[in-house]
Design a protein around this ligand. Structure first.
Ligand SMILES: *[C@@H]1O[C@H](CO)[C@@H](O)[C@H](O)[C@H]1NC(C)=O
Ligand SMILES: *[C@@H]1O[C@H](CO)[C@@H](O)[C@H](O)[C@H]1NC(C)=O
Ligand SMILES: *[C@@H]1O[C@H](CO)[C@@H](O)[C@H](O)[C@H]1NC(C)=O
Ligand SMILES: *[C@@H]1O[C@H](CO)[C@@H](O)[C@H](O)[C@H]1NC(C)=O
Ligand SMILES: *[C@@H]1O[C@H](CO)[C@@H](O)[C@H](O)[C@H]1NC(C)=O
Length: 196
C-alpha cells in the first residue's frame, strides 16, 4: 500500500470530525433566541417602534408635552419613558366636549402606562379619570385621586400600569383613551403603551 493512501485516510476523518463539531457549535449558538412573543413599545411622541405610527391627540390644542411652559404639573423628565409624556386637563367649562388619544396596534395584548400625580400645588387638577376602549368593547374606567396632604411636586407614580387587556386575536386593534361626560376637571398624563 502506498504511504500516501494511509495518510489520506487519517486526516480526512479528523477534519470531518472538526467540521461536524463546528457545525454543532454553530447550530447551538445560532438557534433563534426570541421564538416566543415579545413586547413592543408605542411612545406617546416617538410612536410605535415597528410601524413608527404616532398616537393621535384631539383636540390638538388641549394636549401638552413634558416641555409645556405654564402647565400645572412638572414631572421629572428623567423618569419618563423616552423622556416624553403627553398630558391634558379635561375642562368642560372651556367648551371642550372630550379629550382623546387614539392609536392602533397589531398584537394580542396591550398595556398602558401613565404618570400619576398626588399634589402639584393649589388649584392644579391631578385627579385622573378616563375610559379605555379596545375596538368596540365596553369602555373600562380608570380613576386615581390626588392627595393634597402629600408634599407638593414631589410624589408621583411614574410608569404606572393603568390599563391592560390580554387574550386578543393577533390582528390590528384600535385603542382609545378618553376623558368626557363629566362636569368637573379631570387630568391624564400618557407616557407610553406596550403591546405583545
Ligand atoms: C409585556 O409587558 C407586560 C407589562 O409589563 C408584562 O406583564 C408582560 O409579561 C410582557 N409580555 C412579554 C411577552 O414580555
Ligand atoms: C362651544 O362650541 C360650540 C360648538 O363648537 C360652539 O357652537 C359654541 O359657540 C361654543 N361656545 C363657547 C362659549 O365658546
Ligand atoms: C374616584 O375615586 C375616589 C377615591 O376612591 C372616589 O371618591 C370617587 O368617587 C371616584 N370617582 C368616580 C367617578 O368613580
Ligand atoms: C399583524 O401581525 C401579523 C404577524 O406578524 C401579520 O401576519 C399581519 O399581517 C399583521 N396585520 C396587520 C394588519 O398589520
Ligand atoms: C367614562 O365612561 C362612563 C360611561 O360611559 C361615563 O359615564 C364617564 O363620564 C366617563 N368618564 C370619563 C372621565 O370620561
Amino acid at each position: 500500500m502506498p504511504a500516501g493512501s494511509i495518510s489520506s485516510h487519517g486526516p480526512p476523518s479528523y477534519s470531518r470530525f472538526f467540521t461536524l463539531s463546528i457545525l454543532l457549535i454553530f447550530s447551538i449558538f445560532l438557534r433563534p433566541v426570541s421564538a416566543g412573543p415579545r413586547n413592543y413599545t408605542i411612545d406617546d411622541q416617538l410612536g410605535d417602534e415597528i410601524t413608527s405610527h404616532i398616537p393621535t391627540y384631539a383636540p390638538t390644542f388641549a394636549w401638552a408635552t413634558q416641555d409645556c411652559q405654564g402647565c400645572g404639573v412638572d414631572p421629572d423628565k428623567n423618569q419618563l419613558f423616552d423622556g416624553t409624556a403627553t398630558s391634558a386637563t379635561f375642562m368642560p367649562d372651556k367648551n371642550i366636549s372630550s379629550n382623546t388619544v387614539d392609536f392602533d396596534f397589531n398584537g394580542t395584548a396591550i398595556y398602558i402606562f401613565f404618570t400619576l400625580f398626588y399634589n402639584e400645588g393649589n388649584g392644579v387638577t391631578v385627579n385622573t379619570e378616563c375610559n379605555f376602549t379596545v375596538d368596540s368593547e365596553p369602555a373600562v374606567f380608570f380613576n386615581h385621586t390626588g392627595d393634597p396632604t402629600k408634599p407638593a411636586n414631589q410624589v408621583r407614580d411614574y410608569k404606572a400600569l393603568v390599563f391592560s387587556r390580554t387574550g386578543l386575536t393577533l390582528e390590528s386593534h384600535h385603542m382609545k383613551i378618553s376623558m368626557s361626560d363629566v362636569s368637573y376637571h379631570v387630568f391624564l398624563s400618557f407616557d407610553y403603551a406596550m403591546y405583545t
